[in-house]
Design a protein around this ligand. Structure first.
Ligand SMILES: [Zn+2]
Length: 275
């Protein structure tokens, strides 16, 4: 599943390869990708894409007066083609562009979603109301997060995956963040200290920014935006690994709140509140 760094890679790739281009026409081949009446979605016709943005795992195409919000979900990706014939049977939405090319949304699972909304200053879209700050936002305050989250008796990993904590972290990076802060993903948030929250914010941003620099991971189904396979394999320390990169203990795979989770029993400890 594309997480923040992968979506950022798609964003910057589209920005470079498409630039400011007008959407001349749109064909919806699989209705359920569009999360609104088709006539509202089709209002994007004639709009010029001015800016490619991202919030958490959302890719945001800001046009003149409207904005296209897209979420790739499990395996969605975009192709840029030189005509507007569908690349294959997994293409569900085709945007024909003024330069003769097309932007094609490809999704073998059909879980992705798209919506056209009125353009808002500073991405104040109601669709983002349930999200926390973007996980690499420089204004994130670890103490504010501590105040809000530390009373909760949930697993650390569940908090990291909750998009209302920070937007953009998924299963792979949640495991890597727990490893970096030396905490067992099954630690209870209630037992964590302010210092732990500081470490979590610091390492979340360090890991996600590092992954953006290397172009995101390409684990299993995910490929970078333009059908490029396997170019950017990020070095992971714990997720889907056989042995710990630090102490060489075999990595344990468990199910935690229904999600496959990797941990090193030697490097990652469960916190207990003192007293
Ligand atoms: Zn270890």
């Amino acid at each position: 599943m594309p997480e923040l760094p992968e979506v950022e890679t798609v964003r910057s790739t589209l920005e470079v390869h498409l630039g400011q281009v007008q959407i001349k026409d749109v064909q919806v081949l699989w209705r359920n990708i569009v999360a609104q009446p088709l006539e509202d979605f089709e209002k994007i016709k004639g709009q010029k894409i001015l800016d490619y943005k991202r919030y958490g795992k959302y890719l945001v195409f800001e046009c003149e007066t409207l904005t296209l919000l897209t979420h790739l979900r499990m395996v969605g990706k975009f192709y840029i083609l030189n005509d507007d014939k569908p690349y294959d049977q997994h293409v569900h939405v085709i945007f024909s562009l003024s330069d003769g090319r097309s932007l094609q949304y490809h999704d073998t699972r059909k879980f992705g979603k798209m919506k056209v909304v009125n353009k808002q200053e500073n991405m104040q879209y109601s669709e983002f109301n349930h999200l926390g700050k973007d996980a690499i936002d420089a204004s994130i305050c670890a103490y504010d997060l501590y105040e809000k989250w530390h009373p909760k008796k949930i697993h650390l990993k569940k908090m990291l995956l909750d998009q209302s904590f920070l937007a953009g972290i998924g299963n792979i990076y949640a495991d890597e963040i727990c490893f970096a802060v030396h905490l067992d993903p099954a630690s209870i948030v209630y037992d964590l200290s302010k210092k732990d929250f500081e470490n979590i914010v610091f390492h979340t941003q360090r890991i996600l920014k590092g992954a953006i620099l290397s172009g995101g991971t390409t684990i299993r189904s995910y490929t970078s935006s333009l059908g490029v396979h396997g170019l950017f394999q990020l070095k992971l320390n714990v997720h889907a690994q056989k042995e710990c990169a630090v102490c060489h203990t075999p990595i344990q795979k468990i199910k935690l709140d229904g999600r496959g989770t990797y941990r090193c029993r030697s490097c990652q400890k469960k916190k207990r509140k003192r007293g």
